[in-house]
Design a protein around this ligand. Structure first.
Ligand SMILES: [Zn+2]
Length: 103
């Protein structure tokens, strides 16, 4: 997960304002307007999970099913060697999982 700030037009307050943009991998998962505080969550799981599947394509299907149930838990239990950046991946999983639940 990475965070960037960029100047966007807010869909809630309709002003140009700094927005905090949260990425899960290559995908935007959350945008927050720093002007009015409105949070837009995007469900990136449909795009993210197939992408992730490619990134860990050597893993068995069983692992991917587990991933769908609780990505955060899985991320924290994966061995260091599986992912090059485990902490970052765990953050991505959490962002994606939140986007699923929050709608
Ligand atoms: Zn706003």
């Amino acid at each position: 997960m990475s965070v960037e700030e960029s100047n966007l037009r807010c869909t809630a307050c309709e002003r140009e304002a700094e927005h905090v943009v949260v990425y899960a991998g290559r995908f935007v998962s959350q945008i927050q307007c720093t002007g009015c505080g409105a949070v837009t969550r995007l469900d990136v799981s449909e795009a993210y999970l197939p992408d992730l599947r490619q990134r860990i394509s050597s893993k068995p299907r069983r692992l991917l099913r587990r991933l769908r149930r609780d990505p955060g838990e899985l991320a924290s239990s994966l061995p260091m060697s599986t992912l090059s950046k485990p902490a970052r991946m765990a953050g991505e999983f959490r962002a994606v999982w939140r986007s699923r639940r929050g709608g």
